[in-house]
Design a protein around this ligand. Structure first.
Ligand SMILES: Nc1nc2c(ncn2[C@@H]2O[C@H](COP(=O)(O)OP(=O)(O)OP(=O)(O)O)[C@@H](O)[C@H]2O)c(=O)[nH]1
Ligand SMILES: [Mg+2]
Length: 182
């Protein structure tokens, strides 16, 4: 398989990157940490969806990621296809301290996969700073990701730990997948 260093891609490329998962898992917090380097002190449930954009530089090329921050309350499958049709990749997110958010994630991933069979997926376990309340093990997270031929990473939007790494990884995975498809 080629690696990113060998990829030739256009000078500008826009990626569509949806974040999804149950209410309160930290989707908006992750997007804010990445794009504004902030952690909001209060929980404000997302209504509909939010948009963020971030430019990543890979091999001297600028790649713009449009991040769709979806509302957990509305459930993925009730929304129209706008947010994930033609998505370059996806970040399904669960809360490491709430097991139910891990258990239902498969429904979200299945729905996404039906629409985007080739798009790479990176499963994210958030709130790693709350280690003493952990309800899902790293192995379980990895097993879920394996089932979908996806990757798995754990982060904390609160401390910022691992956040940049997750987004860099998914950008890299998207580029490689585009390359394979072309
Ligand atoms: N301790 C801790 N709390 C977090 C972390 N990320 C988010 N939270 C908290 O979890 C709550 C929900 O965060 P949001 O980012 O609004 O969650 P969301 O997934 O966007 O929720 P919806 O918009 O309702 O779907 C807030 O109170 C956040 O402060 C984290 O990494 N660690
Ligand atoms: Mg939100």
């Amino acid at each position: 398989m080629k690696n990113v260093a060998e990829v030739k891609f256009p000078d500008s490329m826009v990626m569509k990157l949806p974040l999804f998962g149950e209410a309160g898992v930290g989707k908006s917090s992750l997007a804010k940490r990445l794009c504004d380097n902030e952690f909001p002190s209060e929980y404000n449930a997302t209504k509909g969806s939010g948009f963020y954009s971030k430019t990543f530089t890979v091999q001297d090329h600028d790649l713009k990621a449009v991040i769709f921050d979806l509302a957990g309350q509305e459930r993925f499958f009730d929304l129209d296809g706008l947010y994930w049709d033609g998505a370059s990749c996806a970040l399904p997110i669960f809360d490491l301290t709430r097991r139910n958010t891990f258990q239902t994630l498969v429904e979200w991933i299945d729905t996404f996969r039906k629409k985007n069979p080739e798009a790479p997926i990176l499963v994210v376990g958030n709130k790693k700073d709350l280690e003493e309340f952990r309800a899902v093990s790293q192995e379980e997270g990895e097993r879920l990701a394996d089932k979908y031929d996806a990757r798995y990473m754990e982060v904390s939007a609160k401390t910022g730990s691992g956040v940049e790494k997750v987004f860099k990884k998914i950008v890299e995975m998207s580029i490689l997948s585009k390359l394979r498809a072309s």
